[in-house]
Design a protein around this ligand. Structure first.
Ligand SMILES: [Fe+2]
Ligand SMILES: [Fe+2]
Length: 317
């Protein structure tokens, strides 16, 4: 039997090469790119004396474009700049907006503790330069994405004030057709690295109370500069590493520091019943050429039984 082609909706999300269904899951409903912690500086001096954050972002964006995706949104979970300088926000949008335009995807900008709300609002979002939390709601054809602002002006730890939590609760009172994904900078998770517990999202029980029993299906976060995942109030939490520098976790926890290597981002697929978060390392390495669109087309032309024979059966020695 020839597999049923996925609906147009799914084709858009999954990309042409993956628009056939060989397994038991229907194609992803929506696809997001999750990047974090760009930490750009005005004039691009080396961060910490040695990290070229603009070049590292550029390498990341080139990797994004090599994927030939049509994502439904590109989410940046905070620490967009290192010092909250207006020129750094201008450099960020100059780098990212043309890419987003080519991919046809909206950008979800989330504030981090290194950002400054007034400059971020004015130079990045073309909004009045106030200290109000930077929040937003996107409807991605039924998938709702809500950006929260977990920053505390003047501090590096995170918190969510009562007004923002009330606002969130009001939105979540009405479920979305494909559910909701929250994006915030400070992850509601523990870290084994001591420094991050000092800079954690405080008083997390209040957020748990707000999202309990709602349609929140995933929480995207950053801040840690390493990829990790867990659950919070029963909801999966996925932390993307950084585009600028990452934490060298081969060190003992108390000695973990940043390194100019292992940058990555996440590819988020929203399926009917689950959400996957795939880590995409920003590397270029010799890569095989066995699998191709032609190979997929060849498999698509076969019956499921033939595909098993051709590709699953171990050859007898
Ligand atoms: Fe950061
Ligand atoms: Fe941070």
């Amino acid at each position: 039997m020839v597999p049923t082609p996925a609906p147009d909706d799914d084709v858009r999300a999954a990309g042409a090469a993956a628009s056939v269904q060989f397994g038991q899951y229907r194609s992803a409903r929506r696809t997001l790119l999750h990047l974090s912690d760009t930490h750009l500086l005005a004039g691009n001096p080396p961060l910490n004396g040695r990290i070229d954050t603009a070049a590292n972002l550029q390498r990341t964006l080139e990797a994004v474009e090599r994927m030939q995706l049509r994502p439904d949104a590109i989410v940046f979970t905070g620490d967009l700049t290192d010092l909250g300088e207006a020129d750094a926000y201008r450099a960020l949008r100059a780098a990212v907006e043309p890419v987003a335009e080519r991919l046809g995807a909206p950008i979800v900008w989330v504030a981090g503790n290194h950002d400054e709300r007034p400059a971020m609002r004015q130079a990045l979002l073309d909004a009045p330069p106030t200290e109000d939390p930077v929040t937003g709601v996107w409807d991605l054809d039924g998938l709702r994405v809500i950006a929260l602002d977990s920053t505390v002006p003047g501090w590096h730890h995170g918190d969510l004030d009562e007004e923002q939590l009330r606002w969130l609760g009001g939105i979540l009172a009405q479920p979305a057709p494909l559910g909701t994904i929250l994006a915030l900078h400070h992850p509601p998770l523990p870290s084994h690295v001591p420094l991050f517990d000092i800079l954690e999202l405080r008083d997390q029980g209040r957020l748990a109370d707000v999202i309990a029993g709602t349609d929140v299906r995933a929480i995207l976060a950053g801040h840690l500069h390493y990829s990790t995942s867990g659950t919070f109030a029963g909801v999966p939490v996925s932390v993307a590493s950084a585009t600028c520098y990452t934490m060298n976790l081969t060190r003992p926890a108390a000695s973990v520091n940043g390194m100019d290597a292992a940058q990555s981002f996440h590819l988020v697929h929203v399926y009917d019943d689950t959400v996957t978060h795939s880590v995409v390392p920003v590397v270029e390495a010799p890569t095989g050429d066995y699998f191709s669109p032609e190979w997929v087309a060849e498999m698509a032309a076969r019956t499921p039984e033939e595909r098993l024979e051709l590709f699953s059966r171990k050859s007898v020695a």
